[in-house]
Design a protein around this ligand. Structure first.
Ligand code: BGC
Length: 492
């Protein structure tokens, strides 16, 4: 089958021979459902390019294409000490970063705090108080008594779609990644955050509000000038790149110089919310329907780590409940019925099972789900994990290719971060193969030759990137270059 990537180690090739015919037929159906052909990838990419432009236009489109007021790359000579707060989908991380006098060098200390799941649907005050508490603890541990120290500048990485008229403002467009907290959507989150800091007595001054993709773009460009975009493939998925103000019709009224750079947080998770091109399956439809924000983040829901395990779980249940083959026949599947009980690491584990008889997968199902799998069922499980992981990697390549096409980049690097990119087996290789198919590159001369567009592991965007953006912002204030920092009426 075309474009599926490595199916299994050669030593296991013969194993499908033992699988009964009806199960093989079911596997073929799944292959048809989850395989994205090169032609489809190209069609998705074409539509993507048009949607990127639409998001920048006055009328707007479903991809928000948010201007971020990050208007330059660092030159490597930024200095100073900054705090960085990263509120991703799963953890909260606080860092203190010192950009040293050595070009592109930095020191970092950091602490991670688990975001309790309940916080995703808590009250707004509970959320901000929890965050303020973590910051308080961090400062107390590293600086001692909070009441005695001067305010530290903070880059806050808030990785959700937000409208920014200024760099220290963020009007939440909508929650993503399963968050569902009332009273925050449509509001500027900065005052809420600052009020919580004041309640707790945390000596911090917010310098910039940042998206993780913008941080990734800036941190990656800090050490590699060929980096032209920052991507996150983690709990959520998204990218940022540098646009020229002259190509952003929706901010034309600000009369900024047309060649002035402006980082755009695409929020491409919202691509194809109208369901025009993405090859959605009934399982994708169910995920969307049962999510806290149906109709939103169509692309993200097929790619991001939060959803991969859930897609897998829904297929397994369907095969148990509705198909003639009835996998796990006669067994109690109640654990499998629990929504979001499997995460992307469950699939990674299955794909990494090195044993011919899939012993580790067998043990995983027994340990986590209380299910005993037959050998043919294990073959189906392995194939399904490969199909879901491969589809995610191939679709994500459409976004990267679309930005390259929009900007006319024939060669460049893209910096990528996130648990799926860093930990999911074969994600990078499958994505690279899809880029080759979309952009029609000739076969590589040798395995180690670089591709024209390489998606590479990024520098730490929400830590170092946030500190750099805080530094660049404070530098602009000093220089009196105030676009996006002061109200436009005050900007000449
Ligand atoms: C958010 C983006 C974020 C991405 C990766 C998405 O759900 O909307 O703002 O960049 O996740 O964290």
């Amino acid at each position: 089958m075309v474009g599926l990537g490595p199916r299994r180690p050669p030593s296991r090739k013969g194993s499908m021979a033992d699988v009964p015919k009806d199960l093989v037929a079911e596997i073929h159906k799944l292959e048809t459902l989850f395989t994205v052909s090169p032609e489809k990838l190209k069609q998705i990419t074409e539509h993507f390019v048009a949607e990127l432009a639409k998001g920048l236009s006055v009328e707007g489109g479903s991809i928000p294409m948010n201007p971020t007021w990050v208007m330059s790359y660092p030159d490597g000579y930024e200095t100073g000490t900054y705090l960085a707060l990263d509120m991703g989908g799963t953890n909260l991380r606080v860092c203190e970063i010192t950009l040293t006098d050595e070009k592109s060098e930095f020191d970092i200390i950091q602490s991670k705090y688990r975001m309790p799941d309940e916080l995703k649907s808590a009250t707004s005050e509970e959320l901000w108080d929890y965050i303020a508490d973590c910051l308080y603890q961090f400062i107390e541990t590293h600086h001692g008594d909070c009441s005695n120290i001067p305010e530290l500048p903070l880059g806050f990485t808030f990785s959700y779609p937000a409208t920014q008229n200024y760099i220290d403002e963020g009007i939440l467009q909508r929650w993503t990644k399963g968050f569902d907290i009332d009273g925050v959507e449509g509001e500027n989150i900065v005052p809420m955050f600052e009020e919580a800091l004041a309640r707790r007595g945390v000596p911090i001054k917010l310098a910039a509000l940042i998206n993780d993709t913008t941080g990734t773009l800036i941190a990656s460009a800090y050490t590699d000038p060929d980096m032209k975009m920052g991507c996150i493939f983690g709990t959520g998925c998204n990218a940022a790149y540098m646009e020229n103000c002259g190509s952003i019709p929706k901010i034309a009224h600000l009369n900024l110089p047309p060649d002035l750079p402006m980082a755009i947080n695409c929020e491409w998770g919202a691509f194809d919310n109208e369901h025009k091109v993405l090859p959605r399956t009934a399982y994708d439809v169910t995920i969307d329907r049962d999510s806290p924000r149906p109709g939103q983040q169509a692309f993200e829901k097929m790619i991001a780590g939060l959803y991969l395990g859930e897609i897998f779980r829904l297929v397994m249940l369907d095969l148990h409940d509705n198909k003639e083959i009835h996998i796990f026949e006669g067994q109690d599947v109640s654990t499998l019925r629990k929504a979001y009980s499997l995460d992307a690491s469950f699939l990674s584990f299955i794909e990494e099972d090195p044993f011919e008889n899939l012993q580790e997968t067998h043990d995983l199902f027994s340990r986590k789900l209380n299910l005993t799998c037959t050998r043919p069922e294990l073959e189906l499980i392995r194939r399904l994990a490969e199909l879901i992981g491969t589809r995610a990697a191939r679709l994500s390549a459409c976004g990267v290719a679309a930005i390259c096409k929009k900007k006319g980049y024939e060669t460049c690097h893209a910096g990528a971060d996130g648990s799926v990119f860093n930990k999911y087996p074969n994600f990078k290789e499958r994505g690279a193969q899809a880029l080759r198919e979309i952009l029609d590159w000739p076969e590589k001369k040798n395995r180690r030759a670089e591709d024209p567009v390489e998606v590479l592991p990024a520098e730490d965007g929400s830590g170092v990137g946030a500190a750099l953006i805080a530094a660049l912002t404070l530098k602009r204030i000093k220089e009196g270059n105030l676009a996006g920092i002061l109200h436009p009426e005050n900007y000449k």
